[in-house]
Design a protein around this ligand. Structure first.
Ligand code: ADP
Length: 485
């Protein structure tokens, strides 16, 4: 991998704690693997609570000075970091693909997307406005100011090794907070690479740390129990989100949670079918089905069910599966063997209950964790795929009859992150977008992620929003000042 990089110094195997590149206190390490080849790329330090505590203390120290700088000054430093990410986009993408598996073109897209949060929040830093409120008594003046919440910590998954971190640290640092990131143990290298660039951009020592660790629950406990941490931002499963919320309750810590999805994707009879197929391909097969906004349940009205299934299967058959670092690949491997197991279980469950495989359905001939992009039909609400996220390249097609039924089925889940539908009747479009109990709705589009819009879920998909002008709110506290004159 090092030989493929224009700047090999971006591939680091030390953790970044309190402004220093370090090994674990006890010398422990863990391996980072390339999921396409199964080989070990390198080892990184396996840090524990003591090192995390040092990073937290340093973040508190650094944020005193950082938050006292002008917003414009912080914005300029963050802008320099953004520029470095974009200048090193190719190298950052190669590191990302090597540790995570997504095709290089998608990895480049993720670097641009991830960097955009640094750019956006650098700009937003300058617009953290307060308020004045007409006093409630003749001698009283009321003002409201917004201040950084304090040290923020993040725990993030492997599916977006860059962007899941930047969309948390971007607003935190812009607001004036110190930040400690714990990337997923599968994908620490992308986080370390942006830490190299943070240093080069001139972020003060200690303001941003990266805790590489295979001891997830220890680090989670330190983040929740250390009284200096005032904010925890998590992206991952609803299961782990619940654990962290419970732990955070002991010190009444503010939490942002981006949790599971189970997105419905509805195709009505009046949809433009070719556009719907394009949208379904983008939504379902992006990152090989491994995103929390990937379509998980595709509901198709009976009038167009067969035609849609045929067109979707034809598009799926064109996907080229392979090593993400090779040219012309559309779908990489799955992250690990458990992920393959889940796709296989969902397919078996569909077949056991009367569904059919239209295309794919098996492990790919490339071996390892490669899987054939798959379409299944005859899927019903009692099957596992209706209630669990597959997180893999399986497109299950559920038939439905009426608009009301589609809305009811789509909402029949504990999750509420993203939903998509294709229709052209303006009345229907309005009714369905209002009826879907989701934080994000894509209407006649399968791609909804952008730094300018508020990303987040309702129900058990999460708390808080990331991106947009709202994203910085999670890292600010409001202070009301009452002055007697
Ligand atoms: P995913 O299936 O995407 O890995 P998880 O919710 O299992 O979703 O993991 C998301 C992140 O949370 C990962 O970085 C993982 O290491 C971390 N994690 C898992 N369990 C815990 C825990 N008990 N405390 C803190 N972090 C955890």
């Amino acid at each position: 991998l090092r030989a493929m990089l224009k700047d090999p110094s971006l591939l680091v195997t030390d953790a970044y704690v309190a402004g220093a590149w370090v090994q674990a206190d006890d010398g422990a390490t863990f391996e980072v693997r390339n999921p396409a080849r199964g080989d070990v790329i390198c080892t990184v330090p396996d840090l524990g609570r003591a090192e995390a505590a040092r990073a937290i203390a340093a973040a508190e120290e650094a944020q005193r000075v950082w938050s006292a700088r002008t917003a414009k000054d912080r914005a300029n430093t963050l802008r320099a970091w953004y520029n470095l990410m974009m200048e090193n986009q190719d190298d950052l993408a190669r590191i990302l693909t090597a540790e995570m598996g997504k095709p290089l073109a998608e990895a480049k897209g993720e670097i641009a997307y991830g960097a955009s949060f640094i750019e956006w929040f650098a700009e937003e830093a300058k617009r953290v406005y307060g308020e004045t409120i007409p006093g409630h008594m003749p001698d009283k003046r009321i003002t409201v100011i917004r201040q950084p919440i304090g040290v923020a910590a993040s725990i993030t998954p492997w599916n977006f090794p860059n962007a899941m971190i930047t969309r948390k640290c971007g607003p935190a640092l812009a607001a004036g907070c110190g930040f400690v990131a714990r990337p997923a143990s599968e994908t620490p290298l992308s986080a370390l690479a942006i830490a190299v660039l943070a240093e080069r951009a001139g972020l003060p020592k200690g303001i941003f740390s990266v805790i590489t660790s295979n001891r997830a629950s220890d680090i989670g406990k330190e983040f929740c129990e250390n009284p200096i941490v005032r904010k925890l931002s998590f992206t991952g499963s609803t299961e782990v989100g619940r654990i962290l919320l419970r732990q955070a309750a002991d010190q009444v810590m503010k939490c942002s949670m981006e949790l599971g999805g189970n997105a419905p994707f509805i195709v009505f009879d009046d949809a433009d079918l070719d556009e719907a197929v394009k949208g379904a391909m983008a939504s379902k097969f992006r990152n090989n089905g491994q995103t929390c906004v990937c379509a998980n349940r595709i509901y198709v009205q009976t009038g167009v069910y067969d035609a849609f299934a045929e067109k979707l299967a034809a598009a799926v058959d064109k996907l080229r599966v392979g090593d993400g670092l090779s040219d012309g690949v559309d779908a990489g491997p799955l992250i690990n063997e458990d992920a393959v197991g889940k796709v296989e279980e969902h397919i078996r469950d569909v077949l056991d209950h009367g569904g059919q495989v239209v295309t794919g359905g098996k492990r790919h001939e490339l071996g390892g964790t490669f899987f054939q992009p798959t379409v299944v039909t005859g899927v019903t609400q009692s099957m596992r795929v209706a209630h669990e996220e597959t997180f893999g390249p399986l497109a299950p097609l559920f038939p439905f009859e009426t608009e009301a039924e589609a809305i009811r089925l789509a909402n029949d889940t504990i999750f509420g992150l993203a939903a998509y539908f294709y229709a052209r009747d303006i009345g229907r479009v309005t009714r369905v977008q209002e009826g879907l109990e989701y934080g994000i709705v894509g209407v006649n589009t399968g791609i909804i992620s952008t730094e300018v819009a508020p990303f987040g879920g309702v129900k058990q998909s999460g708390l808080g929003r990331e991106g947009s002008r709202h994203g910085i709110e999670d890292y600010l506290e409001m202070k009301y000042i009452c002055t007697s004159i």
